[in-house]
Design a protein. Sequence first.
Lengths: 116, 116
Amino acid sequence: AQSVAQPEDQVNVAEGNPLTVKCTYSVSGNPYLFWYVQYPNRGLQFLLKYITGDNLVKGSYGFEAEFNKSQTSFHLKKPSALVSDSALYFCAVRDDSGAGSYQLTFGKGTKLSVIP
Amino acid sequence: EAGVAQSPRYKIIEKRQSVAFWCNPISGHATLYWYQQILGQGPKLLIQFQNNGVVDDSQLPKDRFSAERLKGVDSTLKIQPAKLEDSAVYLCASSTRTSGITGELFFGEGSRLTVL
C-alpha cells in the first residue's frame, strides 16, 4: 500500500520569505512523487514531479521540490513567496511497478497563506 | 485548449435521492478519472477509464455509485441513493496515456455535492 503524510494543516509565511511545505511518503517500490496546487473554487493543477534523476526538481511558478530517499520526503520549496501563492497544496505518490491503474494517492493537503 | 468541463458545479439533495454528474475531458485524452474529495481530505480515486473501458474501480462503492463512458469521451457519475457521507466535491480529470503514466492529470473545477 502507498501513503502520503502532510504533517502541517497550515503554513503561514511572510511575502518575500522562503517557504517549505512538507511531505513524507510510503511506497513498496520506487516512488513517483508529485505536487499539485488547488486555488479556491478551482480544480487541482499539476506543479511538478519526481520520477528519477536529479533529487531537486523544478516546476511551475518558481516552485521546486527536493527528493530525499533516506528520509522518504519530498518537500515543496520556493525561495521567495508571493501572496498569489496562497492556496491548498497536495502531495501525491504512486509506485513504479507499472501495474494496473497507476493510481495516485494524495495527502490531505496543506493550506499555504502568504501574508503581505 | 479547452480544459476539463464538469456540471453541475453545485448540487444540494436530500438523502436517499439520486444525483448525476457529467464530465467532458480534454479533447484527445483517452484516460478519464473520477475522484471524490471530502472536506479536509485529499482526493480519492473512484474510477478510472481508458477509452470506454474501466481500468480501476476498486474504491467505487458499487452498491450506490455507478459511472459510464459509453463513447470513450464524456462520462457520467451517478449516486443512487445518496447518503450523508457522500457530501464531497467530485473531481473529474483526464490525461493522455503517457501523461497519466507520469502522473500529470488535468482536473476540472469539480462538482460540489451537499446531501441533507
